[in-house]
Design a protein around this ligand. Structure first.
Ligand code: FE
Length: 347
């Protein structure tokens, strides 16, 4: 009899512990893999007692996995890079739109999803990156490449290197151009880019910077953090690359440089949505913003958080003018843009 009661008590305790343990773990699907992110998660666990269980994959892999898992998905929080991917996750219904005063106050409206009729938001940007132009300082005149439009100018024939047009970073840039120029002019511009290419699109952004340094390309397009990474490198070969290239934050005298985000959302079928929101709110706090942005040489997205990165300071001379169109609009244009790319033969 006594034994039976003890067993029952023991089972009850196990059940209670199990439930408790479940509440205290957050499953994070992340497309970010930086060592500084470890410190970021440890701090969250220290202050809240909630453990972070991280699943690493790339953005496409995360979106595919969420779709395949459906309502059985253990995911609580999703971290992705690029507005066009965040937009894709949103329209595919993979996120749980949330209402958070803390996030609404911290993250500027143009760096998050459009707020719905219930005042809820599907995703928030937590860091920003600029899509900049690098050029051969010896062979190319700065004033010939200081706007995105000029990349299509005949003066730059045979000079342009750029990664695949279908890559999300370019889909977002071209989606922004649709907002600035309208679709007809954007398509003409894209055709101009194709006409000016030094080689068919290949490789990632760093390969384009290297192409400029090697003399194969006169001008190239890259996300700012790839250049910052080379600037902060101790390797002599990286220093040699940085020596050869100039950097331009395009369109400073018109609409400003195209800016994209890395961002996060609560997973649609999260079993711990309250903790998931708490985690996103934590990411918007000044200390977490510093880790999150600096870990990948990006700018903090939250209002009033100072930049703490020497390479970014050197690159911009302190500050630059960024475009003000919402990153959510940029994502929305990607299907239209892909059709244009097919028509003009931009691989
Ligand atoms: Fe990247």
């Amino acid at each position: 009899m006594i034994q039976k009661a003890a067993l029952a008590a023991c089972l009850m305790l196990t059940a209670a512990t199990g439930a408790w343990a479940q509440e205290q773990v957050l499953n994070l699907y992340s497309a970010r893999h930086y060592s500084t992110d470890e410190a970021l998660y440890d701090n969250f666990t220290k202050t809240t007692g909630v453990k972070i269980n991280r699943v690493d994959a790339d953005d496409a892999g995360i979106l595919a996995r969420l779709k395949a898992e459906g309502s059985a998905s253990p995911a609580d929080v999703i971290l992705l890079v690029d507005a066009s991917r965040l937009w894709k996750g949103e329209v595919d219904g993979l996120f749980l739109p949330i209402k958070s005063k803390t996030l609404d106050n911290a993250i500027p409206p143009q760096l998050r999803a459009k707020t719905d009729a219930d005042g809820k938001t599907a995703w928030f940007g937590f860091s920003t990156r600029a899509r900049v132009i690098v050029y051969d300082k010896l062979k190319v005149k700065r004033e010939d490449v200081d706007t995105y439009e000029k990349l299509a100018d005949p003066v730059n024939k045979g000079r342009l290197c750029i990664r695949s047009g279908s890559h999300p970073y370019n889909l977002s840039l071209f989606g922004a151009m649709v907002e600035h120029l309208g679709p007809a002019k954007t398509e003409v511009w894209l055709k101009g880019l194709v006409d000016n290419m030094a080689r068919p699109p290949k490789g990632g952004d760093t390969d384009q910077i290297k192409g400029v340094a090697s003399g194969e390309c006169g001008v190239a397009v890259t996300n700012s953090y790839y250049l910052a990474r080379l600037m902060r490198s101790n390797k002599p070969e990286d220093r040699a690359i940085v020596e050869k290239v100039g950097v331009i934050f395009p369109n400073q005298s018109s609409w400003g440089t195209h800016v994209n985000v890395a961002g996060g959302a609560v997973a649609r079928y999260s079993k711990n949505p309250a903790n998931a929101v708490k985690f996103l709110e934590y990411l918007a706090s000044p200390k977490a913003q510093d880790y999150f942005a600096d870990g990948n040489n990006e700018w903090p997205a939250a209002k009033g958080v100072k930049v703490n990165n020497a390479a970014l300071q050197a690159m911009t001379g302190g500050s630059f003018k960024s475009e003000t169109i919402p990153v959510s609009a940029v994502g929305m244009n990607q299907i239209k843009v892909q059709q244009m790319l097919d028509r003009v033969g931009f691989k």
